[in-house]
Design a protein around this ligand. Structure first.
Ligand code: ZN
Length: 275
């Protein structure tokens, strides 16, 4: 049987992070991600990013600190509003202005969004389509490792303050429960929370968690949000012959499947016969 349950390089599991607001502590956080080979999506709102008075991340830092190390920059809406309280045209403006500013700073094409305050409505989805934004991250913890059915409601596994149980379960699955068919551990937060003495997960604890996860990267793909989105979409586009043996990958992303638990790559643009 062929199963479509593998990520890049045939790995069963994926790990992604999402940090909001572009605060000063992002400078320290990105160093940690780099040290442990993790990938993160940083969600900036450009009214703050482009304010020369702010203590947060500045536009000229976006490429050298984040983009050049393989991290993703995504929208957080220009002025960090409650999108669901706005008219659809104003929601669109918030998204497109953010995209324009972030694309200028990052030199990348921005396609992701973290909803400010985690809130949105149906008009937000329409505004996202018009602004060519393909996914939206909420703040609703699932405590699960499942991929979203609808990427515009991409619920994370957990906030970092409550992540320890989920991390332990995830590591258990990676090491001891291969039959659980993999999944994604998705942790989100704000880097300034690591400075809060009342937070259960501060800098040192978070570094320990990253170090424990890094030891299992033999079966964990560390990816940004958009890399996971693009991979899953490439997987959905694989064409299969009527007899079920020939697979064609029309995308520009290598896709892995498994046969009898053995990973097989269907390379970008390639046809592969699996007998
Ligand atoms: Zn925010």
């Amino acid at each position: 049987m062929i199963s479509f349950d593998r990520f890049k390089d045939g790995k069963r599991y994926a790990l992604t992070f999402s940090y909001d607001d572009g605060c000063a502590q992002d400078r320290r956080l990105v160093e940690l991600f780099n040290k442990y080979g993790m990938k993160c999506t940083f969600n900036f709102y450009s009214k703050y990013l482009c304010n020369p008075e702010s203590r947060g991340i500045h536009p000229e830092e976006v490429r050298p600190l984040f983009v050049d190390h393989g991290h993703e920059i995504a929208c957080h809406a220009h002025s960090h509003p409650h999108l669901e309280r706005m008219l659809i045209k104003d929601q669109y403006d918030e998204l497109i202005i953010d995209r324009i500013n972030l694309e200028k700073a990052s030199g990348t094409i921005i396609r992701g969004l973290a909803y400010p305050f985690g809130t949105y409505n149906n008009d937000t989805f329409t505004a996202m389509d018009t602004a060519s934004i393909v996914y939206g991250r909420t703040v609703k913890a699932t405590n699960a490792f499942t991929l979203p059915e609808n990427f515009k409601e991409w619920h994370p596994t957990t906030h970092h303050n409550e992540c320890e149980t989920a991390v332990r379960r995830f590591i258990y699955n990676v090491e001891k429960a291969p039959w659980r068919a993999g999944g994604v551990l998705y942790i989100w937060g704000h880097a300034y929370e690591f400075d809060n003495e009342k937070s259960p997960v501060q800098w040192e604890k978070f570094e320990e968690i990253l170090s424990e996860l890094q030891k299992r990267t033999y079966d964990i793909w560390c990816a940004t949000n958009i890399e996971i989105y693009d991979y899953v979409n490439a997987q959905k586009q694989i064409r299969r012959s009527a007899d079920g043996k020939t697979f064609y990958n029309p995308t520009d992303i290598d896709v892995w499947v498994a046969k009898d638990d053995e990973p097989i790559c269907i390379g970008a643009g390639k046809t592969v016969v699996i007998d």
